[in-house]
Design a protein. Structure first.
Length: 518
């Protein structure tokens, strides 16, 4: 084989497709019985299917969708009718349905906030454009050669050309806390909360921690069907993305073998747990860097400094993931009738202070007393997921210490999550006919997400761009000759983007003397 890809998550499949399009012979090895990694759709209760782990679409690169012809393989993404719905003790805030509609919602809490909203969106969009411009580029390596030096100079020149106000916002979003950033724009707690949720998604942090403003920004550079900043749903669940990628890979001649767990990765070879060995000119790993270098790669192949830095590589997103089968739609106390809000990201965390308490609880006792819960009900947009009249809900929840005793505390976490939903939607518990639950330990065991980290490593300033995963190895190459990293532990980081897979393929092809297919 020319290339062996370890892990059939969406980035591994993306990389395999691009390599095969360039004429390489490629084999993909996957530990689970299905492709997709965390982007997979599975039945979790008889008759009820849902996205098991990752659950919503926005960051998937339009170039990847277009290049790999995913629509021809059945991928269809629909937009949410509203971006977010924030139920409160009395009243609610809806985001979406147009700028005027959202401003009218903000006016209920602060006329000043409503007036500031267009300028906030404009400022965020200008900085998001800077991020978008880097997503499909290979970061320059610190200490690298002439090409890396030119990369740093080119990036610096681009930054210099930005208006000074954009430079200030860029600096603020990369270094400040979400609370500070949002506090400069909005005075009302609901306005801060509805945007601040994105700052703690997948991050074991308080919105008052420096650096969380970037996590907020990271969730803003996506698009759905050409509309920037939108969120959507893949018909058939997130597995539809992975299945479309796998179909294109097979069309291109890629061999995909499931139930093939890898035990050892070395220069030019991969050894499976059953003893079989596969050789390739390039070995491409779609796994968490910590898992790769501390468990799969022989430590003797790594310099001591690199291995020690991998031991300190920060993972752990304090996420608890539930899928719930429902006999009926939830009815929210503040807005009980069925409506577009049922198709939104429903955020149950009324203030940044609430989010801070959830974080502090988890640090002190392992589990937030009142967790942060986002509920998405994809069956309102996709009737293929549940029996007629019934629904499925995705519950994406924070904060839960990855190091808590999940063998004994899992049910406690489930109960606390359901308590939060029940307070906002009385009768919710009664409507639950089944559920699945994934603690941080389950996410690590099932999907290889070290510390339950959905991003393959925290999105902190010391683990971004040329420092992801570590300085000197940001170009998808690793210290082991012929071994590459194509997962979310490489630039630009987590989310279902396809970008690391795309970028890694370009570097592999460059090293093998091939061109990236147009």
């Amino acid at each position: 084989m020319d290339a062996i890809v370890v892990g059939a998550g969406h980035n591994g499949l993306t990389c395999a497709c691009y390599l095969a399009r360039a004429g390489l012979k490629v084999k993909v090895l996957e530990r689970r019985k299905v492709v997709g990694g965390a982007a997979v759709t599975e039945e979790f209760h008889p008759g009820f299917r849902n996205s098991t782990a990752s659950y919503t679409v926005s960051l998937l690169q339009a170039k990847v969708i277009r290049d790999l012809g995913l629509a021809a393989h059945g991928l269809r993404i629909v937009e949410r009718p509203l971006s977010n719905f924030l139920p409160l003790e009395s009243g609610y805030l809806k985001v979406g349905g147009g700028a005027e509609a959202t401003q009218a919602q903000f006016t209920k809490f602060s006329a000043r906030d409503a007036q500031r909203l267009p300028a906030y969106w404009e400022a965020l969009e200008k900085v998001a454009d800077v991020l978008r411009a880097t997503v499909l580029e290979t970061p320059p390596n610190a200490g690298g050669g002439a090409r890396d030096l030119l990369g740093f100079l080119r990036t610096g020149w681009k930054m210099k050309g930005l208006p000074v106000e954009v430079q200030r916002d860029l600096l603020g979003l990369f270094t400040r806390s979400a609370a500070d950033w949002l506090g400069d724009w909005f005075e009302s707690e609901p306005a801060q909360a509805v945007f601040g949720f994105d700052a703690v998604v997948g991050a074991y942090a308080s919105p008052f921690h420096p650096g969380t403003a970037y996590v907020l920004l990271h969730h803003c550079f996506g698009e759905v069907n050409g509309k920037r900043g939108q969120w959507g749903h893949a018909i058939g669940g997130m597995g539809a993305i992975s299945e479309a990628l796998a179909a294109e890979a097979r069309r291109l001649g890629v061999e995909i073998e499931c139930e093939a767990p890898v035990a050892k990765v070395g220069p030019g070879s991969v050894v499976l747990e059953d003893g079989r060995e596969f050789a390739g000119r390039a070995i491409v790993a779609n796994v968490n860097p910590k898992l790769l270098f501390l468990k799969l790669v022989d430590g003797a192949l790594l310099e001591r400094d690199f291995r020690e830095r991998m031991q300190r590589y920060k993972c752990g997103s304090a996420t608890f993931r539930m899928n719930v089968a429902l006999s009926e739609l939830p009815r929210f106390s503040v807005l009980p009738e069925e409506g577009p809000h049922h198709g939104a990201g429903i955020i149950m965390a009324p203030s940044l202070a609430y989010m801070d308490r959830a974080y502090l609880d988890a640090r002190a006792g392992g589990i937030a007393r009142e967790p942060i819960v986002e509920m998405v009900i994809p069956s309102t947009l996709d009737d293929s997921l549940a029996p007629k009249g019934a629904h499925v809900a995705s519950l994406f929840c924070q904060h839960f210490d990855p190091e808590a005793d999940w063998a004994t505390r899992k049910q406690e976490a489930v109960d606390r999550i359901l308590d939060v939903v029940e307070r906002h939607a009385p009768g919710f518990r009664r409507s639950v006919v089944g559920h699945s639950a994934l603690s941080p330990a389950d996410l690590e065991r099932e999907f290889g997400l070290t510390g339950g980290d959905i991003f393959h490593g925290q999105l902190s300033l010391d683990q971004l761009w040329s420092a992801r995963p570590v300085l000197g190895h940001a170009d998808y190459r690793t210290p082991v000759k012929g071994l590459y990293l194509c997962g979310s532990g490489a630039h630009p980081g987590g989310g279902v983007t396809g970008a690391p897979g795309h970028n890694c393929a370009r570097e592999v092809l460059r090293d093998l003397g091939r061109r990236m297919p147009a």
